[in-house]
Design a protein around this ligand. Structure first.
Ligand SMILES: *[C@@H]1O[C@H](CO)[C@@H](O)[C@H](O)[C@H]1NC(C)=O
Ligand SMILES: *[C@@H]1O[C@H](CO)[C@@H](O)[C@H](O)[C@H]1NC(C)=O
Ligand SMILES: *[C@@H]1O[C@H](CO)[C@@H](O)[C@H](O)[C@H]1NC(C)=O
Length: 355
């Protein structure tokens, strides 16, 4: 079957050997599944899907039904990342594979975020798919043993976080687990660490949710279950970890080489901090090699003092105003009984884009 996913252009470092392209540069290539249109329902399709390493293709063959959940996860990563970073200079456009993918393999703060979010998203989507009955090999998560407050009892269907974590990490960590002698050990360690940070953020997002029961909503009894927060909440958590990420170096520690913080006193890397090996550009101007699309023509907010302010977004280059027309419902009237009529009003708003 012919695939509709375009091939990735290889970036200079990777041109050296073709095998290398497939094995190392592709650590996050499974995100390209977001662009797949066909329904994966035959094992023969597994070997034609681009971007999968051999153990991922193997998983596809042995657990075919999980593939549509992974495709969905790849789409979630893209959508959530772009929404969460809409107010930043780096707006996660790197994920628009295949255009700026090199950016995500360079070991930057941005790649740290994408690996963490991807690892969280894949396990999140699988755990939720178990709950909704989309996967035959898993069901609701276990009922916790701990006691609840009076008037509350365990019930409903818990999100199966355990299965999600197990299958998700098996799939998304596979490219980093390939044994190969190369200078990329540091990158692999970085990606694995950040993926683990993403999964920890997911574990932290497992909360007790309850639903009311009782005569006419009296709420005399509540059933509760362990459910995951939405991915956008987890993405917010990871965004703050991205903002405070730690630069590390690959250095001998004891008998092995490990990642250790670069500037701060000697301490091991913390389990809940994102780490990166290479500094990022400021993302102000276009530089395809560095994966920066620049901020020209980006919308900015004149009254904001945050990262979407015209000063910060436009890097001091200034901005151009333009007027935008908005059509809204207005002069709404309630008619007895029971409908509402409205008029359409147009108003103009001033907006700004970076020079
Ligand atoms: C597989 O997917 C294709 C495309 O959606 C569909 O036409 C076909 O009926 C499916 N086959 C099976 C066995 O479900
Ligand atoms: C991100 O910024 C680029 C460059 O200005 C722009 O072309 C793109 O549409 C933006 N993407 C999103 C999802 O906002
Ligand atoms: C601009 O920023 C202000 C202050 O943060 C906010 O209240 C407003 O909604 C923003 N406007 C737009 C168009 O995003």
């Amino acid at each position: 079957m012919k695939s509709r996913v375009p091939a990735f252009p290889s970036f200079p470092l990777c041109v050296v050997t073709l095998l290398f392209v497939l094995q190392h540069c592709g650590a996050i290539r499974w995100l390209a599944l977001s662009q797949i249109n066909e329904h994966i329902n035959k094992t023969q399709q597994c070997k034609t899907i681009p971007g999968l390493v051999s153990s991922q293709a193997q998983l596809c063959r042995t657990n075919l039904e999980i593939m549509h959940v992974i495709v969905q996860a790849a789409r979630e990563v893209k959508k959530t990342c772009q929404k969460t970073f809409a107010d930043m200079r780096w707006n996660c456009s790197s994920i628009e594979a295949p255009k700026y993918l090199p950016d995500l393999e360079r070991g930057t703060r941005e790649s740290a975020l994408v690996y963490a979010l991807s690892a969280a998203a894949i396990s999140h989507t699988i755990a939720r798919a178990c709950t909704s009955g989309d996967l035959r090999l898993c069901a609701c998560g276990p009922i916790p043993g701990d006691a609840l407050e009076p008037g509350h009892r365990w019930g409903g269907c818990a999100d199966n976080l355990q299965y999600g974590l197990m299958m998700g990490s098996k799939f998304s960590d596979a490219p980093m687990k390939i044994k190969k002698k190369s200078g990329t050990h540091a990158n692999k360690l970085m990606h694995l660490h950040n993926s683990e940070v993403g999964r920890q953020a997911l574990k932290d997002a497992l909360v007790v949710k309850c639903k009311c029961h009782g005569v006419s909503g009296s709420c005399s009894i509540r059933t509760c279950w362990r459910g995951l927060q939405d991915l956008k909440e987890i993405a917010q958590d990871l965004k703050s970890k991205y903002l405070s990420a730690t630069k590390v170096v690959h250095r001998p520690m004891g008998t092995r080489k490990q990642l250790v913080p670069k500037d701060i006193d000697v301490r091991p890397v913390r389990e809940n901090e994102l780490v990166y090996l290479q500094s990022s550009p400021d993302f102000c101007t276009r530089n395809e090699k560095l994966g920066s699309v620049g901020t020209q023509d980006r919308q900015c907010n004149k009254t904001s003092s945050g990262s979407d302010s015209c000063d910060l977004m436009c890097c001091g280059r200034g901005y151009n105003p333009y007027t935008d027309r908005i059509v809204e419902r207005c002069h709404c009237k309630y008619h007895w009984c029971c409908y509402v009529t409205c008029k359409k009003c147009e108003r103009t708003v001033e907006r700004y884009v970076c020079k």
